[in-house]
Design a protein around this ligand. Structure first.
Ligand SMILES: *Cc1c(COP(=O)(O)O)cnc(C)c1O
Length: 391
């Protein structure tokens, strides 16, 4: 049997047993509709309330009613971008975001563009950082919203969110951040960081898939993305997914409770991995900011290697990693993030993301590096590109 090693925690995580235990009773014993008035409903509503308190506490929201449960990070991003744009369109129609956002932010912006909004996509430097000077330069009188992700999912770069938020507020602009990759990886405090709106997702922090939240500071207006009943204070229709919400609440609580311990462990694993890779493989580049990046994600570009092929060879050895290139009709499109960071297409296409989690051990890393060395060697032997140039 092939040994299996999962190094794709940035794509999704398993549901931890503590979280699963929290969810289980909500499937049958506590099956009421949280919107119902009778005791079944009240019991279910109490579960949703507790989860809301836990998510609010995890990001230090002032009030639990600033948390709106959604079907995940993508919906939260769509709700924030479209809902705030629509609510504040009378003030202006200009939005600022970055070139390295998650697809759900970029696509929501494209859809707003079709409605007549103007979008500025800020560039990033070679490490993936947005420049504050560029941001200030992009701000206009009619800018209503700035949306910059807290942590990038492909390379792990951490943005200067507090400074960006301050800059937004000095200009009377609302600030939203996609913090899906940040929760559990860095301390999040919406009050201290002056965040107006923030997207979260459960399945990146050992919670269930299909559940997330938008934090929206009280006092701000938003148009609902999903019309329906009066759930989520009229801002997000649809019967609550009680089991998932209960799981998300528990997962958020644990993510913050265990943050220091997890990060310390991940830092050691990460360094162990990078040292071993550097020792055994030449012509590599580690992407992301050398100082401002999370411990769980390592993006490596292997020269003279095609990333998709490397992924497939590792998969044969039971190792799960990811590339960020999207396969379109006939060509491999290099990742928009790596492109924005200035990597040329060939290097971008030789890039693989390794992301570690709670269960990653040094023995896993030993196995992965051994197989990685063999796979890179194999691919380089057949590569049309060599250090001396094209064959
Ligand atoms: C995964 C992810 C999302 C999407 O969250 P879903 O819950 O999968 O919809 C959004 N932004 C970032 C940065 C992500 O990593």
């Amino acid at each position: 049997m092939v040994k299996k090693v999962y190094l794709d925690y940035a794509a999704t995580t398993y549901v931890s047993s503590e979280v699963l235990n929290e969810m289980m009773p909500c499937f049958n014993a506590l099956y009421g509709n949280p919107s119902s008035i009778h005791s079944y409903g009240r019991d279910a509503a109490a579960i949703v309330d507790r989860a809301r308190d836990r998510v609010a506490a995890a990001i230090n929201a002032k009030n639990s009613n600033e948390i709106y449960f959604t079907s995940g990070g993508s919906e939260a991003n769509n709700m924030a971008l479209k809902g705030l744009a629509h609510a504040y369109a009378s003030k202006g129609k200009h939005i600022i975001t970055s070139k390295i956002e998650h697809q759900s932010v970029l696509e929501a912006c494209e859809s707003l563009k079709n409605e007549g909004f103007e979008i500025t996509y800020l560039p990033v430097d070679k490490n993936g950082l947005v420049s504050i000077a560029e941001l200030m330069h992009a701000i206009r009188k009619d800018t209503i919203l700035i949306s910059i992700m807290a942590v990038n999912n492909e390379v792990g770069t951490i943005q200067n969110i507090k400074t960006i938020a301050k800059t937004a507020h000095e200009n009377g602009i609302i600030f939203h951040t996609d913090a899906v990759q940040a929760l559990g990886a860095v301390r999040l405090d919406v009050q201290d960081m002056e965040i107006d709106a923030m997207s979260l997702s459960a399945h990146k922090i050992y919670g269930p898939k299909g559940c997330g939240a938008l934090y929206l500071k009280n006092g701000l207006r938003i148009e609902p993305l999903i019309s329906g009943g009066n759930q989520e204070r009229g801002r997000r229709g649809g019967t609550h997914d009680t089991p998932a919400i209960a799981g998300f609440g528990k997962a958020a609580e644990i993510a913050v409770r265990d943050l220091s311990a997890n990060q310390q462990k991940l830092r050691i694993i990460r360094q162990y991995f990078i040292d071993k890779v550097k020792e055994n493989i030449d012509y590599i580049h580690i992407n992301g900011d050398p100082h401002q990046k999370i411990n769980g994600t390592v993006s490596i570009s292997f020269e003279m290697v095609e990333g998709e092929s490397l992924l497939m060879l590792l998969d044969l050895d039971g190792i799960a990693v990811s590339t960020s290139s999207a396969c379109t009709s006939n060509a491999l499109q290099p990742s928009h993030v790596l492109k924005a960071m200035g990597l040329d297409d060939e290097i971008a296409q030789g890039t693989v993301r390794f992301s570690f989690g709670k269960s990653t051990s040094k023995a896993d890393i030993d196995y992965v590096v051994e197989r990685l060395v063999a796979a890179v060697k194999k691919l380089r032997a057949i590569s049309p590109i060599t250090k001396a140039g094209r064959r």
